[in-house]
Write a protein that binds this ligand. Structure first.
Ligand code: AMP
Length: 402
């Protein structure tokens, strides 16, 4: 693991213009015409770094991507509502600029005074961002004296604002990124045992890679969500129309064998909630034992007996890593498994690290985040870190002070 990068307090920032690459890619839920509600955990998470930079008299040029506009301008994905919300949270004006590079943007930034903030428009409106185009990175770098990377959730992407800019400016991780890296690093190297992992969500092929690096360190592995369907199928059970990946059954079988060899306790659902359709309120919804799934039904959440089983098994753990929801938690009706297990974890004397956008959002709604240890803003980045990879954004950061 690379941790020889400069720390934020070693980067000379006093009075400088700082390009702060944050991860402000928050879900925006449009309600009633123009009013916009956002789940703003990611915005709040950036505030300590903003406060630190303001205390050093910096001018802050915030930037982030929002959604997937694919290199073209999409007004629905403007950073303006994000700038407005963040402005309320920090109680300071934040002007959203008309673009992210170019002479007009530069003129505004050059006129900024100490303690002012601006927000660049969505970085992914520009095709150079995702292509890591060197000219685009150079234009971004021209806006500032130093660069701070706060975007843990995007630090695994080789994009211009993640890996291009830190090659051109003195750089350091922000407070949030630093704490995510320290926290996850500790879990990999010196976890307080017993160590459990909960894996849910849809993509077994993504999650399986972390088990290559993690399985031999675990005492307990709990499987829920769409992941579980692959395991139940591998055990010869009928899973009806449940979501599985092409090679998911084979991958699950390998984990079952390796867990047994390594003496890792493997816990799978014993009952589940099934529906006849993939929608928020299917026509038929039932709770059934895992050997009672009918052909035209699909698994949408774990059942009440499984919630109790998982919670009891997890209660023996001291460190719990969780990535991916235990059911289709975007639909209220199928978010109980994720929410009830999270509530039970909040009551334990254990440190839980939870990652992944949909899991984090479901837990955010419960308002129990502060009793859970740590909610990571990055799903994919957390997985790559746990796979033992160095995140490209982190390896691009400066090693020597400016
Ligand atoms: P991932 O990105 O792999 O963590 O997957 C997150 C997604 O998994 C969420 O959008 C959930 O709706 C979805 N999910 C969780 N459980 C299931 C399930 N049983 N069937 C289908 N999708 C699921």
């Amino acid at each position: 693991m690379k941790d020889n990068y400069l720390r934020l307090n070693q980067l000379a920032v006093d009075g400088k213009t700082v390009l702060l690459r944050a991860d402000l890619n928050v879900p925006i839920l449009e309600t009633q015409g123009t009013s916009i509600d956002m789940i703003d955990q990611r915005l709040r998470a950036t505030i300590p770094t903003i406060d630190y930079l303001l205390s050093k008299g910096c001018k802050i040029v915030l930037c982030s991507h929002l959604g997937r506009p694919g290199g073209v301008v999409d007004p629905k994905l403007s950073m303006k509502p994000i700038a407005d919300r963040l402005s309320i949270l920090i109680n300071k004006p934040i002007e959203c600029l008309p673009g992210c590079i170019g002479p007009d943007v530069r003129t505004i930034v050059e006129a900024m005074t100490s303690g002012e903030l601006v927000m660049l428009e969505n970085l992914r409106f520009h095709p150079g961002e995702e292509k890591n185009d060197s000219e685009f990175a150079t234009e971004l770098a021209k806006l500032a004296d130093v660069f701070v990377l706060e975007a843990f959730g995007t630090a695994h992407r080789r994009h211009a604002s993640i890996v291009g800019v830190p090659n051109l400016l003195p750089s350091a991780p922000g407070i949030l990124l630093q704490s995510e890296l320290s926290m996850l690093g500790k879990v990999l190297e010196t976890p307080t045992r017993p160590l459990a992992a909960i894996l849910g969500g849809a993509k077994i092929s993504d999650k399986i890679k972390i088990l290559d690096n993690l399985l031999d360190k675990l005492d307990l592995l709990v499987i829920g969500g769409g992941m579980a369907s692959n395991f139940l199928k591998a055990k010869g059970l009928n899973i009806g129309k449940s979501l599985v990946e092409d090679d998911g059954e084979q991958l699950a079988r390998e984990i079952i064998t390796r867990s047994a060899t390594l003496k890792v306790e493997l816990s799978l659902p014993i009952d589940i909630i099934v529906g006849n359709e993939f929608k928020s309120a299917p026509e038929i919804v039932k709770t059934v034992a895992i050997d009672e799934i009918e052909d035209n039904f699909m698994i949408l959440d774990i059942g009440p007996k499984t919630i109790s089983l998982f919670s009891k098994q997890l209660s023996r753990s001291k460190t719990i890593l969780w990535n991916g929801p235990l059911g289709v938690c975007e639909f209220d009706m199928f978010s109980k498994g994720t929410k009830n297990v999270a509530e039970n974890l909040a009551g334990l004397d254990a440190f839980s690290i939870i990652g992944g956008g949909s899991t984090a959002s479901a837990i955010e709604e419960l308002g129990i985040s502060d009793r859970l240890g740590y909610i990571s803003t990055g799903g994919g980045a957390m997985l790559e870190f746990l796979e033992g990879k160095v995140l490209p954004g982190v390896s691009a950061l400066s090693q020597h002070s400016n």
